[in-house]
Write a protein that binds this ligand. Structure first.
Ligand SMILES: [Zn+2]
Length: 337
């Protein structure tokens, strides 16, 4: 049984590490705002929510960003998928949860392969139920999500009815602004070919289903919780470049918001906090697995969106920085393992 005071100290150290604003995006402002609202560690609150999912429950996750939508819907970015895969893996190992990952049909193969590299074999909902019952296989269910508003709203209703999830988790998934436009960090409308998963999250929040969200910029699902601060502190937070009349901030909020300088780092920190709570090192997102996922994302054509090239930098941060964050998160929680 973990010492509560120790866990709190570790939570605080984890979130300090991943909120150092190395990318100069203004994330420190968003962190302070979210932290003030939460009244305690964001990473700790997220880990508590994830560990509170009932044994054998169901969690819906989403990630994936069509990176150059005006060129092709087939290209996704490499911030998001590895973090989401790390969280899904930790949930499966900690709580024997069925994880259902939603993304665009165009990005599904790359995100599926990233999850598989994290140890999760892709199966149908029905197959996942068999695997859950006899605990014989760590699985992931991949489902495509609609890319237009009307179908996105309709699918939200049918999916919640079918899956009855215990929690929804989003990382690095762009949400619409108050005028229904999906913006890049440069304030450009890049909603074409993009899944309208934010409508599902709105409906879940309406129904009181817990929502945990990770973001690094202000345009992601969850950032509606700190909308005023996105407007005030993020470039194009107030006024975009597309002429819609709004800023890039997403309207969709969440229950627990985790900010980070890179969304994948936020997920690495949450997985470490889950490992500390369980006293189980298997829940960690390790440096070795991070290297494996970085390589998998390159081989699946996921792009380093800052530099506009497929390589193993994420958000412009070089490979070794991601491996180092995984190592430092592991070091921080090692006292609890
Ligand atoms: Zn706009």
């Amino acid at each position: 049984m973990a010492d509560t005071a120790l866990i709190t100290r570790l939570d605080n150290r984890l979130e300090q590490l991943v909120n150092i604003d190395m990318g100069e995006r203004g994330v420190e402002h968003l962190f302070e705002a979210a932290r003030a609202l939460e009244g305690r560690s964001l990473v700790g609150a997220a880990a508590d929510a994830l560990m509170a999912v009932p044994e054998g429950g169901t969690v819906v996750l989403t990630t994936g960003s069509v990176s150059r939508a005006w060129i092709t819907p087939d290209l996704g970015e490499n911030d998001g998928p590895s973090g989401a895969a790390a969280i899904a893996r930790a949930l499966v190992l900690a709580r024997n949860v069925t994880c259902v990952m939603l993304c665009e049909e165009t990005l599904l193969p790359a995100i599926q392969n990233t999850c598989q590299a994290a140890g999760l074999f892709p199966v149908t909902v029905e197959q996942a139920a068999i695997a859950k019952a006899d605990k014989s296989l760590a699985t992931i269910v991949m489902l495509p999500y609609a890319t237009d508003d009307a179908d996105g709203k309709a699918q939200a209703e049918t999916l919640l009815a079918k899956l009855n999830p215990d929690l929804l988790f989003s990382t690095e998934r762009v949400g619409r602004n108050e005028f229904g436009v999906y913006h890049s960090m440069r304030g450009i409308d890049y909603g074409m070919g993009r899944a309208r998963v934010d409508f599902l999250f709105d409906l879940a929040l309406e129904r009181g289903i817990p929502v945990v969200a990770v973001g690094d910029g202000g345009n992601e699902i969850g950032m509606g919780k700190v909308a005023d601060h996105v407007k005030a502190h993020v470039p194009y937070g107030d006024t975009c470049q597309c002429g819609c009349g709004g800023g890039i901030g997403a309207v969709t909020g969440c229950d627990v918001l985790v900010t980070a300088a890179c969304s994948n780092w936020g997920c690495t920190a949450i997985a470490a906090a889950m490992a500390a709570r369980a006293g189980n090192a298997k829940l960690l997102h390790t440096p070795n697995r991070e290297t494996l996922l970085l390589d998998t994302m390159v081989s699946n054509g996921l792009i380093n969106s800052t530099h506009g090239i497929v390589d193993d930098s994420v958000d412009g941060f070089p490979r070794q920085s991601h491996v180092a964050v995984a190592e430092l998160c592991r070091t921080i929680v090692s006292r609890a393992l």
